[in-house]
Design a protein around this ligand. Structure first.
Ligand SMILES: Nc1ncnc2c1ncn2[C@@H]1O[C@H](COP(=O)(O)OP(=O)(O)O)[C@@H](O)[C@H]1O
Ligand SMILES: CC(=O)N[C@@H](CCC(=O)OP(=O)(O)O)C(=O)O
Length: 263
């Protein structure tokens, strides 16, 4: 087996998946199939839609700046509850139903990854700093599936809200793994809604300038590009919604858009 095949696969899921029982079940079937093949797998998740709902139920308004949620510290208990609680346990529950032994974590568990305030104007939004893979490696060595939310702790113990694509990027780097970002679209789409099979840094910059790549997808491709550069291999952006892509993933085939490193 080549060393590339032995790399831990980090799958990031988020968005509307958390509101789609069929999508969650298919994701966990895919995970079960990868684990049966002896693959080492980590799931990192978001759940922006659950956060939106919980904040609304609590009479709070919310806004995003360039794809990142402005997080007033008083909203943090609700956001942490939505991501590290509701979303994380929803996925764990589906993992159990698919016969998977999982461990639900946030970025702060076992000091996996530390974080610091990213920008005072965004409030309690975290930017991941260094970490320690020991606890994650222990879980993986048992053959268990870590399911990690994007809630982090700073060195003083303050809870911080990290964008889940950026959290997945940091986890992939931590375990020197392969990263696949699964969203509700089949990959990065061009101005006509067609899938773009491959993108490099210059092409991404052009599409961002033209406004074709925006909002959450801008954060996603920039996170993907950072990991691709760091690892020297492509990061895939694809869809959890697409049954054919999920099947291809279990076969180790390339899916969605390949975000290419600069060689
Ligand atoms: N060029 C693009 N191609 C595909 N999706 C795009 C593009 N530009 C913006 N988007 C938006 O980005 C969304 C995916 O980002 P995001 O909502 O953050 O996903 P997730 O919550 O799954 O991480 C898509 O549903 C789409 O609305
Ligand atoms: C700072 C920031 O934006 N945090 C995100 C974390 C969750 C997330 O990224 O969820 P998706 O993957 O579903 O978008 C948020 O509060 O929505």
């Amino acid at each position: 087996m080549s060393s590339a095949k032995q790399k831990t696969l980090v799958l990031k899921v988020g968005g509307a998946l958390l509101e789609c029982d069929m999508g969650i079940a298919r994701l966990m079937q895919t995970a079960a199939s990868l684990l049966e093949q002896g693959k080492s797998l980590v799931i990192v998740h978001g759940g922006g839609c659950i956060v939106d709902k919980q904040l609304q139920l609590n009479g709070m308004t919310t806004e995003k700046k360039e794809g990142l949620r402005v997080t007033p510290p008083e909203q943090m208990p609700i956001i942490a509850g939505a991501l590290a609680g509701s979303a994380n346990k929803l996925l764990q529950s589906a993992a159990r139903a698919a016969g998977i032994h999982s461990v639900g974590l946030c970025l702060g568990d076992g000091d996996l990854l530390n974080a610091e305030i990213k920008d005072e104007q965004l409030g309690a939004v975290g930017q991941v700093t260094g970490g320690n893979p020991a606890y994650l490696n222990f879980i993986l060595a048992q053959g268990w599936l870590p399911i990690i939310s994007s809630i982090a702790l700073d060195l003083d113990g303050q809870l911080l809200n990290v964008n889940a694509d950026q959290a997945a990027t940091a986890v992939a780097k931590l375990v020197d793994g392969k990263l696949v970002l699964l969203s509700d679209v089949s990959g990065v789409l061009d101005g006509k809604g067609q899938l773009i099979p491959s993108l490099n840094a210059a092409e991404i910059a052009d599409l961002v300038k033209l406004g074709v790549i925006e909002k959450g997808m801008k954060v996603k491709v920039e996170a993907a590009l950072e990991v691709a550069q760091w690892m020297g291999e492509a990061v895939q952006v694809a869809s959890w919604r697409d049954a054919a892509q999920m099947l291809a993933l279990t076969k180790g085939e390339l899916i969605g858009t390949q975000i290419q490193p600069q060689l």
